[in-house]
Design a protein around this ligand. Structure first.
Ligand code: GUN
Length: 306
């Protein structure tokens, strides 16, 4: 079997056309969706991610502010800046790129972001509400992964899903969304004794560790869906994921590539969250992007989540 490739770039392009349309509608009503992105320090990967987020805003008509600080920025100054953005009516979403330098307490910073502008969905109010299925925002990578599964028509109810990686940013929120979609979910981490025992019985594998070639063909049940969230570089400096793409492709039923898989979807879902935030600021319920998400920020997901 050769896996069907789930093209995150193509799906993103389709969604972004609607993002641009919805953005134009809100802008015409005086509510141009606005995103503030904050980067502290000179982490090269973070610089690239942030640049792509700003570019996506510019390309689709969203207003954006990019604050780039050197790593001697104090925690107090960052808290003050977030306070200013919290009360800026042109800004509907605030994203502080992680990781932060060690002298800044990321927890404190995330808690400073107003929950109604927390487009990352990392604030404890949104992360907590994710447990009950009613957050204002869902973490972008997690909702991007669910969107790809939904787009491809992959059944979730009753499926055995294995999530490898248990970070607050990716692994845990993906697991939570899969649970809410009635999958039977196993979360594996560094101390998992025999990863392959779990993955071999999985209908869906989501790998989110940053460890190159962690998932090999012998770990995958024939026909399974494999979603690669990892991102790292091989010895030649080429981008790659957690999955040994060439071998797994011969076994899996569906597979996401790196690059061109989950990455673009993360940014697309960020744009959608920012539009939802602007829609709420304009007096809407934030769910008018139904066409956009085809379900994820919409009643369809909400029904899924209840
Ligand atoms: N670092 C890696 N992924 C993310 C993300 O989705 N949001 C933020 N804020 N930082 C990240």
């Amino acid at each position: 079997m050769t896996a069907r490739i789930i093209d995150g770039l193509l799906l993103s392009q389709q969604l972004r056309a609607e993002v641009a349309e919805r953005t134009a509608e809100l802008t015409a009503r005086g509510y141009q969706p606005g995103l503030a992105v904050i980067l502290v320090g000179n982490n090269v990967a973070s610089q690239i991610y942030v640049r792509n987020k700003i570019k996506a805003c510019n390309d689709n008509g969203l207003y954006s502010v990019y604050d780039c600080y050197t790593d001697d920025l104090t925690e107090a100054d960052l808290l003050t800046r977030i306070g200013v953005l919290n009360s800026d009516p042109k800004i509907h979403g605030i994203l502080v790129q992680l990781p932060l330098p060690p002298h800044i307490n990321a927890y404190k910073i995330i808690e400073m972001i107003a929950p109604e502008k927390d487009v990352d969905g990392f604030h404890i109010a949104n992360a907590g509400a994710l447990m009950t299925g009613k957050p204002l925002f869902r973490p972008c990578t997690a909702s991007g992964v669910l969107k790809m599964l939904e787009y491809q028509g992959i059944p979730l109810a009753g499926a055995n899903a294995v999530v490898i990686g248990r970070s607050n940013i990716v692994g845990k929120p993906i697991a939570m969304l899969l649970v809410q979609a009635d999958a039977t979910v196993t979360i594996c981490g560094r101390k998992t004794r025999d990863l392959a025992v779990h993955t071999r019985s999985a209908d869906i594998i989501v790998a989110a560790t940053g460890k190159r070639n962690l998932v090999t063909a012998s770990m995958v049940k024939p026909g399974a869906t494999v979603i690669d969230v990892g991102i790292s570089r091989d010895d030649d400096g080429k981008l790659c994921g957690d999955v040994d793409f060439a071998s797994v492709r011969e076994v899996a039923g569906y597979l996401t590539p790196v690059p061109g898989g989950v990455g673009p979807m993360t940014i697309t879902m960020l744009l959608i969250s920012t539009i939802e935030a602007a829609d709420r600021a304009a007096g809407g319920n934030g769910c008018d992007c139904t066409r956009l998400s085809g379900g994820l920020c919409s009643t369809r997901l909400q029904t899924l989540l209840i």
